[in-house]
Design a protein around this ligand. Structure first.
Ligand code: HEM
Length: 411
């Protein structure tokens, strides 16, 4: 698909037609070359929403991400369509939707639990979960790596951190998928309205029950930390606890699953690259970084301008939405040679976890560890796995993930 410059000016980047089969990488390449800070005038599916600026190069994404005074996470929502995931007031009750100083104080509550050192202590436990799920496939010819492998593993891992009982894993995963993938017809067959009216209240009710339990019976889990935390001498309010819980469960259930599935697909489709990992598993951590670069689990996050400013020659006004497209910045040809090539030896820096700044992902160490273990254990058992059907992408300009990845385990 090739679009000339005059049409680039008219381009409406979040229209569904551009996202039916994953991110429109060719369009992003044209934007980086010809219109790196681009204005989308409207979002047809959400006629009440304003348009937005798209930031497509790695340098500009970095500049926006670092400057929280000019580009606020709190003023508007955290995604291009403000109300697509959760109402604005609920986004603002999560620290991903706050600005400093409150953001920093809330995030600090968790940071100690998520350092690489602390997370490394969970390696055996996480490996045991991955092994149990993969061994559960024994005797089967085919499997769906998204729903049969990635989802149960990442759900159990984050739920064990939070204290959600195992029998509730599947229902939490279903609810989270429906909320984050609200626009996708498979993840949410009944449409965004049903999510808001039925799934969101259901999930909050479940959160409240768990929180009430931990109030009465504190345990060694992150929910107990939230319930008993004090920020500036004050306990968190109920909705802040619920939303803190929601943020961690949502982030943990979704993103790592997406990167695992995309990485496995790339390895299946590039047998030479898979061979390199089979011959030398010490390359797997670098392959994880390359998968994060090429297939960032979130296509974008958003800020809102607090004042009139300028970015790469474009005038941005106070109140404008500013969207940072990681799916584009991670393939910026000024940073990466041959950016569309999957190369497990590249071991790149990237912006999949955000581009530095206050909102840099809390879960990087956990995500990296889960991805390494999952890929190690999958390749060790099924080195010859091949596709058994068409991988299907979620239709979303926000979550960048496969809904299914059907494979033949041992051809
Ligand atoms: C491959 C896996 C993951 C990817 C690609 C990813 C990506 C991101 C990105 C891009 C942001 C920045 C949002 C912004 O700048 O506004 C973010 C924030 C965050 N992530 Fe992750 N994430 C992943 C895994 C996880 C996991 C496993 C957790 C589990 C706890 C997690 C928890 C969070 C939290 C709490 C924030 C908000 C940080 C803040 O606002 O200060 N993430 N993530």
């Amino acid at each position: 698909m090739s679009t000339d410059v005059s049409r680039l000016e008219d381009l409406l980047l979040t229209e569904r037609e551009h996202w039916t089969d994953g991110p429109p990488h060719e369009l992003f390449a044209q934007l980086r070359a010809q219109c790196p800070v681009h204005w989308t005038a409207r979002i047809t599916e959400y006629p009440d929403e304003d348009g937005f600026w798209s930031v497509t190069t790695a340098d500009d994404v970095h500049a926006v991400s670092r400057d929280w005074q000019t580009f606020s996470s709190e003023l508007g929502g955290v995604t291009a369509v403000t109300d697509s995931i959760l109402p604005l007031e609920l986004q603002r009750a999560m620290f991903i939707g706050m600005d400093p100083p409150k953001h920093d104080r809330l995030k600090a509550l968790f940071q100690r639990g998520f350092t690489p050192k602390r997370i490394a202590r969970h390696e055996d436990e996480i490996r045991a979960i991955a092994v149990r799920v993969l061994d559960g496939l024994a005797g089967r010819e085919t499997a769906d790596l998204v729903n049969d492998v990635a989802q149960p593993v990442v759900s159990r891992v984050i739920h064990s951190f939070m204290g959600v009982p195992e029998e509730d894993d599947a229902v939490w995963a279903r609810l989270m998928n429906a909320i984050l993938g609200a626009g996708d017809p498979d993840l949410n067959p009944e449409g965004p309205e049903a999510v808001m009216q039925r799934d969101v209240p259901e999930i909050f009710e479940r959160c409240r029950q768990l929180i009430a339990d931990r109030r009465a019976n504190p345990r060694d889990d992150l929910t107990s930390v939230l319930v008993h935390a004090e920020v500036d001498g004050e306990r968190l309010e109920e909705h802040e606890i619920v939303m803190g819980f929601f943020l961690l469960v949502a982030a943990g259930n979704d993103s790592t699953k997406a990167t695992y599935a995309s990485a496995m697909r790339a390895l299946i489709e590039h047998p030479d690259q898979r061979r390199l990992l089979l011959e030398d598993p010490s390359l797997i951590p670098g392959a994880v970084e390359e998968a994060l670069r090429m297939f960032p689990a979130f296509a974008h996050f958003r800020r809102t301008a607090t004042r009139d400013t300028e970015l790469n020659g474009r005038r941005i006004r106070a109140g404008d939405k500013v969207v940072m497209w990681y799916v584009s910045s991670n393939r910026d040809e000024t940073r990466y040679e041959d950016p569309d090539r999957f190369d497990v030896r590249r071991n790149p820096e990237h912006q999949a976890f955000g581009a530095g700044g206050r909102h840099f992902c809390l879960g990087t160490a956990l995500a990296r560890l889960e991805l390494r273990i999952l890929i190690e254990e999958t390749l060790a058992r099924y080195p010859e796995m091949e596709l058994a059907g068409r991988p299907v992408h979620a239709e979303s300009p926000f979550i960048n993930q496969l809904k299914t990845l059907p494979v033949r385990l041992a051809p």
